[in-house]
Structure formats: structure tokens, C-alpha cells
Design a protein around this ligand. Structure first.
Ligand code: GUN
Length: 285
């Protein structure tokens, strides 16, 4: 049976370290600050944003939330971002996605100063990651890398199969695994022979957003499985992209849903905000 990769426990350990570093920075007169921008009423986004606020408060990070109505126009949103770019108390700016249909998401992300882009979504930061000189690494893939590190697995020479090609998870985590010398395959909804691809993997990263799409008997014996999916089935139940119970038979280690990747994402947001503040204080490059 697979060992559980306990995201909650790993996140708690990291948050302890972050909290200590925040205290130290505050003692030299620099309080890390995060601005979160939420446009509209998407219920899942509201939950995420309030979790981010609570996590900041617990770590001693100053946070400010800007809740804008769904009918906010492009120029109002860009003006707000511009003022946050110039706000000395703010080290990180996060615009919660998805944005309402009428908003040009690419232009919004490109307006955030790359030096405050704690999501790592600005094309400048995407390019820096791609060329192996990251400035801010996107939170969910970064959290996945921390979890893999925690298992003790060496990525060098390993076969990593990623299912999902989003800008937020699939593509950046592929770059991060490549930087660690893994051999990386990115699969997606049109991939032919997905079971065979997954069966070749030493490490499977599932980020496709389809409940339990990855079956247990696809998993190679001894593989590590990271499940990024959070899919609601029925009223209350959350399941991942992997059939957890069946995959646990062959996997050496697996993340649960919930309690796996989720807690790591917010932790890496705190980490990136702290990093921004350390740069402001001249303590990090
Ligand atoms: N929506 C879903 N995931 C994310 C994320 O990591 N950052 C932002 N800004 N929005 C999201």
C-alpha cells in the first residue's frame, strides 16, 4: 500500500518557517504585504480568497482584499493594478482567476509588475522559468516540487508523466521537472493511449480536472502519484483526478484529495510574498 504524502503536514512545517522569517523581517521594519483582487462572485474563488487571507494573517503577512463587482470594466481593473504596483506596502499582487468573460485576462496579467507577480503568471516570469532563471515560480507547481522533494525521490533521469497542459499547472510543472533533469511527457485530453503513457511513469502528476479519470491499474508499481485535481461529486464529496483507492495499491506514495496539493498552493503564495518582501529589504536577490 502507498505511503500518504501529507500536504497538510508539509505545508504546516513550511508555514512555521515562513512565520519565523516574517517576524524577523518585521523586526527590521519590513512587513510583507499581499494584495488579492477578486472580480465578481464566483463561489469557489471567494472561498480560495478567504483562505488566502486567513493564511496571511496566521503567518503575520499584511493582506488587503479588493473585491470588485462582476461588471467592473477593464480600465478600472488596470487602474487598480497600477496603483498596487506603486504601493510600497505591497510585495505581492494576486488577481484571482478566472476573471469574468468581458475582461482580457492576458492584458491584466501583463499589467502586474513582474517584481510583484507572486503567481508567476506574467509572461516575463514565465520566460524566466522557461530559461532556467526563475524570479517567482507559480504556486501550485512549486508546491508539487516541494512535496516531491519531501518524498526524497531524485528526479534526475526519472520518467515524469503530466496529465494536463494548463498555464497554471501542467506547463510550468513540466519546466520545473525538466530543470531537475527528469524526462517529461505532457499528456492531455487528446492524447492517444493515455493508460500506456501513465504506465511508463515513475512519477505521475494529474492536473486535468476530471474526477477519477486516471485508473488505479494504469499506475506502475512503485510510482509516485501527485493528484492536483479537486472535483466536486454530489453535494459534499471531493475527489481528485486519480482513483485514489485503486492507485494506492501500486503506488509507492500518493497525495490525498483533499489534504494533498491544496494546502501547498497557499503556502507557496505566502513563500513568494515573503520572497518579494525580502527583496524589498535587500535580503534576497
Ligand atoms: N485560480 C485557480 N488557481 C489560481 C492560482 O493559483 N492563482 C490565481 N490567481 N487564480 C487561480
Amino acid at each position: 500500500m502507498a505511503e500518504l504524502i501529507d500536504g497538510k503536514a508539509i505545508a504546516a512545517e513550511l508555514r512555521g518557517q515562513i512565520t519565523t522569517d516574517v517576524e524577523e523581517l518585521i523586526s527590521v521594519g519590513v512587513t510583507p504585504g499581499l494584495a488579492v483582487v477578486l472580480v465578481g462572485e464566483d463561489p469557489a474563488s471567494r472561498v480560495y480568497v478567504s483562505m488566502k487571507e486567513k493564511a496571511c494573517a496566521a503567518a503575520g503577512i499584511y493582506s488587503v482584499e479588493h473585491k470588485l463587482p462582476a461588471e467592473t470594466d477593464q480600465s478600472q481593473l488596470l487602474e487598480l493594478i497600477d496603483s498596487l504596483n506603486n504601493d510600497e506596502k505591497i510585495d505581492g499582487i494576486l488577481v484571482q482567476l478566472p476573471l469574468p468573460e468581458h475582461i482580457d485576462e492576458a492584458q491584466v496579467l501583463e499589467t502586474i509588475s513582474p517584481a510583484k507577480d507572486v503567481d508567476g503568471f506574467h509572461p516575463y516570469n514565465v520566460g524566466r522559468l522557461m530559461t532556467g532563471h526563475p524570479v517567482f515560480q507559480p504556486c501550485t507547481p512549486y508546491g508539487i516540487m516541494k512535496m516531491l522533494e519531501h518524498t526524497g525521490v531524485e528526479l534526475k533521469g526519472k520518467e515524469v508523466v503530466i496529465v494536463g497542459r494548463s498555464n497554471i499547472v501542467g506547463k510550468p510543472v513540466a519546466l520545473m521537472c525538466l530543470a531537475e533533469h527528469a524526462t517529461v511527457t505532457i499528456c492531455h485530453s487528446r492524447t492517444v493511449d493515455l493508460p500506456q503513457k501513465v504506465a511508463a511513469a515513475d512519477i505521475v502528476i494529474a492536473a486535468v480536472g476530471r474526477p477519477e479519470m486516471i485508473k488505479g491499474d494504469w499506475i506502475k508499481k512503485g510510482a509516485i502519484v501527485i493528484d492536483v485535481g479537486v472535483n466536486r461529486v454530489g453535494e459534499k464529496k471531493l475527489v481528485g483526478d486519480v482513483d485514489f483507492a485503486a492507485a494506492s495499491v501500486n503506488a509507492a506514495a500518493i497525495t490525498p484529495v483533499p489534504g494533498g496539493v491544496g494546502p501547498m498552493t497557499i503556502t507557496m503564495l505566502l513563500y513568494n510574498t515573503l520572497l518579494g518582501a525580502k527583496r524589498r529589504a535587500g535580503e534576497s536577490s
